[in-house]
Design a protein around this ligand. Structure first.
Ligand code: FAD
Length: 461
């Protein structure tokens, strides 16, 4: 039956970390809560399903993080990563709120990976979820159900009606209620990374070459509808966190395993067989992310990581087997690259290689453009291998401007008194540019909790 419903205290839109934290917090304070998740039950959880670690401040060693990571250090690293563009009031709430997240997660039944046993690299900054994002999602849904939160799957919320500084009404597709008039709404429906039309508007044809690493249901229409009705935008509509993924990955939901990290072990050429970047410039384990953005600016958004047998042995494992051949010429033909063009690139590269002269020196290829400043080993040991690379989009960087209470701001200077936002839909207040590992999940959980309690406070007033 399709009917109008006005007796819900809090409607939470979305089904990932931010939505679950918001719903749980509002329900614990005593509100009736409806959580509307667009995805079907078996694929619930948005991009949160794919996450594995989160960034948490702590003042002393914990079973999950050695040493200490004071909020002030977290904040200064965030400022550096974003070149001082993070909102300071929200930044303060983020770093201080993160102190309580490990306990909050465990209280809701979400297990964290103990550092004992040294099975993972230890980090003072980030903790790993035991069982990854999928376990987090499963445990938080179970907890939400236990608390009496009403959960609706395959329920897309659309057509917000903003009037007089209030969100009056929304529509639900494929739900029992067609029109909803909840007392408060918390938008936790993520960015727009799965929306091809959105990406094409800002990236043109290049968007055709992008691969969406996460959920196909995070398409940003609800965000766009709010912006059209006067909500204040924040961030860069063309901004996106892009990493290099295997070009053979599925169009959506390939997850973390499709990334390619072995770039410093070889050279990367475009479809014309030309090198365009210093493959040895960024060898830190997390810097592979830089290559996504680079590939987005390349012709046809494609590159090929070329490795010889040594390089393949040294590179971290990848999901798909490489494309392999006995000679570099045969490999070029398999990749559709002109073998003569590739030969010229390799000749120039090999001629420029300088072996180390003293202990601690690295192999370098200098005097060519671009140089390779580290790990410039010759590609001589057969067989030869290639991984096709494309930009893999993780999230977009335009969202809703919010105040420190997560209330949505209006472009005319006011606020929407009963509309709150948490997670990636408001993350560009904190990361309009730049990123730190584990930040997205922390933003979702910290601001989900804040939005849940602020919405409950509003409803109870
Ligand atoms: C491969 C991969 C690995 C990642 N690894 C990490 C990591 O290790 N650490 C980290 O911090 N971050 C990581 N991230 C990023 C992080 O997972 C997300 O940015 C974060 O979880 C987003 O949380 P969220 O709740 O805001 O949104 P999501 O978890 O994306 O949830 C959005 C939800 O909204 C729903 N939805 C969308 N529109 C509507 C609508 N109109 N009506 C109803 N529901 C709607 C979607 O179905 C979805 O459930 C990773 C992302 C990817 C893709």
């Amino acid at each position: 039956m399709r009917r109008q419903c006005t007796d819900i205290d809090v409607l939470v839109i979305g089904g990932g970390a931010a939505a679950l934290a918001a719903a749980i917090e509002a329900r614990r304070i005593g509100c009736s809560v409806l959580l509307a998740e667009r995805a079907p039950c078996h694929l619930r959880g948005g991009n949160t399903r794919h996450a594995r670690n989160l960034r948490l401040a702590h003042l002393a060693p914990t079973p999950f993080s050695p040493g200490a990571y004071p909020p002030a250090t977290f904040w200064s690293e965030l400022q550096r990563a974003t070149q001082n563009t993070a909102d300071p009031l929200l930044g303060q709430r983020l770093v201080e709120g993160s102190l309580a997240i490990a306990d909050w997660l465990q209280g809701a039944g979400v297990p964290l990976q103990p550092i004992a046993g040294h099975r993972l690299p230890e980090s003072q900054r980030t903790v790993f979820l035991l069982g990854g994002g999928k376990t987090l999602v499963q445990r938080l849904y179970a907890h939400a159900k236990h608390l009496g939160i009403e959960i609706r799957y395959e329920t897309e919320v659309t057509d917000p009606l903003l009037t007089g500084g209030r969100l009056l009404e929304v529509c639900c597709r494929k739900a029992e209620y067609k029109q909803l008039r909840p007392r408060a709404v918390i938008a936790c429906c993520g960015g727009a990374q799965a929306n091809r039309a959105w990406l094409a508007r800002h990236w043109g044809e290049a968007a055709d070459g992008f691969i969406n690493r996460g959920s196909p249901w995070v398409t940003g229409e609800f965000l766009a509808a709010l912006l059209e009705q006067g909500a204040q935008a924040v961030g860069d509509p063309r901004g996106a966190y892009l990493v290099a993924v295997d070009g053979r990955s599925p169009a959506d939901d390939g997850g973390i395993v499709t990334r390619i990290r072995g770039i410093p072990e070889g050279i990367v050429v475009d479809q014309e067989g030309r090198r365009r970047e210093d493959e040895g410039g960024d060898t830190a384990s997390t810097r592979y992310a830089l290559w996504g953005r680079r590939l987005a600016d390349w012709p046809r958004q494609i590159g090929y990581l070329l490795l010889d047998a040594r390089g393949l042995r040294a590179a971290p494992p990848a999901l798909y087997p490489p494309i392999s051949a006995a000679t570099l010429g045969e490999l070029a033909i398999q990749l559709g690259i002109d073998p003569e063009a590739l030969r010229l690139t390799l000749d120039a590269y090999h001629a420029a290689i300088r072996p180390p002269r003293a202990p601690g020196d690295d192999w370098q290829a200098l005097g060519l453009l671009p140089p390779k400043t580290r790990r410039a080993y010759p590609l001589v040991e057969p067989p030869f291998h290639a991984y096709p690379l494309r930009p893999g989009i993780t999230f977009t960087a335009q969202g809703l401007a919010v105040g420190p209470d997560t209330r949505v701001r209006l472009a005319n200077g006011g606020v929407v008194e009963n509309l709150f936002a948490a997670g990636m839909i408001m993350a560009p207040n904190l990361i309009p540019q730049g990123y730190l590992s584990g930040l997205a999940l922390t933003i979702g959980l910290v601001f989900g909790r804040i939005a849940g309690s602020e919405a409950a406070r509003y409803v109870r007033c």
